[in-house]
Design a protein around this ligand. Structure first.
Ligand code: IPD
Length: 276
């Protein structure tokens, strides 16, 4: 994609992130309008998920009708072709369970891929007044501050976020948790995979791992981590867009240890299969 085409998409991305963040914040502050429902076990949806996604999709379709859009709540949609070279990947509310329970740890994640590679990404945390953004080759920022992953190689000081969902057996999660603790790290599970990756990028935590996560949760965050100097597994390999994949993102100093502990990112993928 030509530089000016990417510039135009970056401008739209920044503007729509701000607008979507304000909308999500307004809806969160009016819990009577949340309309919380369950999509499945421990899988929530609120009125905000649909409203925020519709806003983002309509802004993209107005400006770039030829682009494809993959949104958590609508699946493949928009006027673009899913095989298009330009694809937007949206999670309108990541951390929906938190949102539904009036816990302010939620985010809006928008990633833009071209040539199969993440090029642009934003993650907004409306209740914390933070917007994380990155453009491939140009670094990652939290509001206007440049981000850098943590430098420490000491696993005894490390905080690793371990994402969880019912999509993988509980015993796979608890086994991974045990290995993380046995290695001397501590863990977190804050409920927004996108924010989990943003926090790795900003050096607040040292790694984020989840045995299965969807593309809309990580499309922006993986770029943030890489642009902040971190390492990520090859998440977009295979059918990740349609089916998701395991994810590991961390500070390079802890890559070897965390790949061995979690089994995610190993060349053969054998351990990934064994523990899931
Ligand atoms: C979920 C969150 C959670 C992660 C799950 C996701 P949602 O997304 O990111 O932290 O562990 O895998 O499904 O449902 O809140 O958009």
């Amino acid at each position: 994609m030509k530089k000016e085409d990417l510039d135009a998409r970056e401008q739209l991305l920044i503007a729509v992130t701000r607008e979507a963040s304000e909308l999500a914040r307004r809806l969160y502050l009016h819990p009577e309008s949340l309309g919380v429902k369950l999509k499945g076990k421990q899988d929530y949806i609120t009125v905000a998920d649909g409203e925020v996604e519709r806003l983002i999709v309509s802004r993209i379709a107005e400006r770039f009708p030829e682009d494809a859009v993959l949104g958590e709540e609508g699946g493949a949609q928009g006027t673009g072709d899913a095989r298009s070279d330009a694809i937007w990947i949206i999670d309108p509310i990541d951390g929906t369970a938190n949102f539904a329970h009036r816990i302010p740890h939620f985010s809006i994640s928008i990633g833009f891929l071209s040539g199969g590679e993440p090029q642009l990404g934003t993650i907004a945390a409306p209740m914390y007044h933070e917007v994380f953004r990155a453009r491939r080759g140009r670094g990652a920022f939290c509001n206007e501050r440049r981000m850098q992953v943590a430098g420490s190689a000491d696993i005894h000081r490390a905080i690793v976020e371990l994402g969880w969902s019912v999509r993988r057996p509980a015993r796979a999660y608890t086994a991974m948790l045990e290995r993380v603790l046995a290695a001397g790290a501590t863990f977190l599970r804050a409920g927004s995979g996108a924010l989990g990756l943003a926090y790795v990028a900003d050096g607040r935590t040292h790694g984020y791992c989840e045995l299965h996560i969807n593309a809309w949760d990580v499309a922006a965050g993986l770029l943030l981590v890489r642009e902040a100097g971190g390492w990520t597994n090859d998440f977009f390999a295979g059918a990740a867009l349609a089916e998701g994949n395991p994810v590991l993102a961390c500070t390079p100093a802890l890559k070897e240890a965390l790949v061995a502990i979690t089994g995610v990112g190993q060349a053969t993928g054998k351990l990934e299969r064994r523990i899931t």
